[in-house]
Design a protein around this ligand. Structure first.
Ligand code: ZN
Length: 273
């Protein structure tokens, strides 16, 4: 049920995305027609004014501009972003902005306690968003080995910290990542690294879950992948939207984890313990 599509500007491809059909479900073309279900979607932007979308290379339909823009920006959250070489850690402009923000809050950025705050924020934001400088292919690529093992591999309770993209406040918790090899395995320490590559970006929990699962599926080509994430969101807890004890659970199951009931039950049982 995975669908992939490219967004093109003229002849220049500006990105290739894998989208979860759950997210792509509202990529409607003409009324009543859901383009996201059932296969490959190609969206073509002609000089930024006309849009076309095709499913499985056929049934091309025009797509309204807002729809195509939203698709490119939100729905089609790229699984593999182009690696951004420069971290905010090296951006002195960021300090200026933080100082302005402090003033807007009503603080005086010159007082002792705050004088180095812009620098500290710049550095810590650099650390918390360092995933933008990391390519998951590089992270996993060095540790993939041929191996005939074909039982489920599960790494449980991977601690992670991320920032919600709506409020830039932390959400954090544990990720459970599993796969069933198909002739190749990956070094176990790489799975927490993979989680981190995507966690250290501005995220929503749903996309974080999907990106981890789909990237592992894409790179390792196993028989299936299962990812479950349990997290607490400070944007909800601190702002009193939600009871403080509640956790948000998301999952993404691919291949045998999705199709085979026994595999799915075994995985969900293992991560519940
Ligand atoms: Zn939030």
């Amino acid at each position: 049920m995975r669908c992939s599509y490219s967004v093109l500007t003229g002849v220049q491809c500006v990105g290739t995305w894998d989208a979860n059909p759950r997210h792509g479900g509202h990529m409607d073309g003409p009324p009543g027609r859901n383009l996201a279900i059932g296969g490959e979607i190609v969206v073509v932007l002609h000089g930024g004014t006309e849009f076309e979308a095709g499913m499985n290379g056929r049934s091309r339909v025009a797509l309204a501009r807002p729809e195509a823009t939203r698709l490119a920006r939100d729905v089609a959250a790229p699984t593999v972003l182009p690696v951004r070489p420069r971290s905010i850690e090296h951006s002195l402009a960021a300090e200026t902005h933080v100082r302005a923000l402090l003033e807007e809050i009503g603080e005086s950025p010159e007082r002792d306690g705050l004088i180095d705050t812009p620098k500290r924020v710049r550095k810590s934001l650099g650390f918390l968003t360092q995933g933008y400088q990391q390519d998951p292919h590089t992270v996993l690529g060095t540790a993939i080995f041929e191996e005939e093992y074909d039982e489920m591999v599960v790494v449980k309770d991977i601690e992670f910290y991320s920032l919600c993209e709506h409020h830039m406040l932390p959400f954090f918790g544990t990720a459970h990542v599993a796969y069933i090899p198909n002739g190749r395995i990956v070094g176990l320490s790489k799975l927490p690294r993979l989680v981190d590559v995507f966690a250290k970006r501005l995220q929503v929990q749903e996309r974080l879950t999907t990106q981890i699962a789909e990237t592992l599926q894409e790179i390792l080509e196993p028989q299936g992948v299962g990812v479950v994430i349990e997290a607490s969101h400070l944007c909800m807890m601190m702002r009193g939207v939600q009871k403080q004890s509640s956790a948000t659970v998301t999952s993404c199951l691919l291949g045998r984890f999705k199709d085979d009931e026994k595999t799915r039950a075994e995985f969900l049982n293992l991560v519940r313990k």
